[in-house]
Design a protein. Structure first.
Length: 97
């Protein structure tokens, strides 16, 4: 997907491919790869901010985890159900660490 996106100049496809690679890395427990991939994904998607927190937690970096959770909570690009859900999950996770 990334190669095709680059070929046709589709930034959305490129960002989405990084998001998918980041999700796969999280599922595999590879926080470092997840962090690198998610940094290149759409930062306006609140779930990608939350995934950055999960990647930091997988790396064992509590400071970075807290920062990403707070960014997730503070982020409000749109009023939507997804925003509300991910902010609540971030608040709950932040209270636990």
């Amino acid at each position: 997907m990334q190669e095709r996106g680059e070929t046709i100049g589709n930034r959305f496809a490129i960002g989405l491919s990084h998001e998918l690679r980041g999700i796969a890395a999280l599922a595999a427990g590879d926080g470092s790869t997840a962090t690198k991939e998610l940094a290149q994904a759409n930062q306006q998607n609140p779930y990608n901010l939350f995934r950055q927190a999960l990647a930091a937690a997988a790396r064992g970096d509590d400071f970075d985890t807290r920062q990403w959770l707070q960014k997730t909570i503070d982020n409000n690009p749109l009023n939507s159900l997804n925003d509300a859900i991910v902010r609540q999950r971030a608040r709950q996770m932040l209270e636990q660490i």
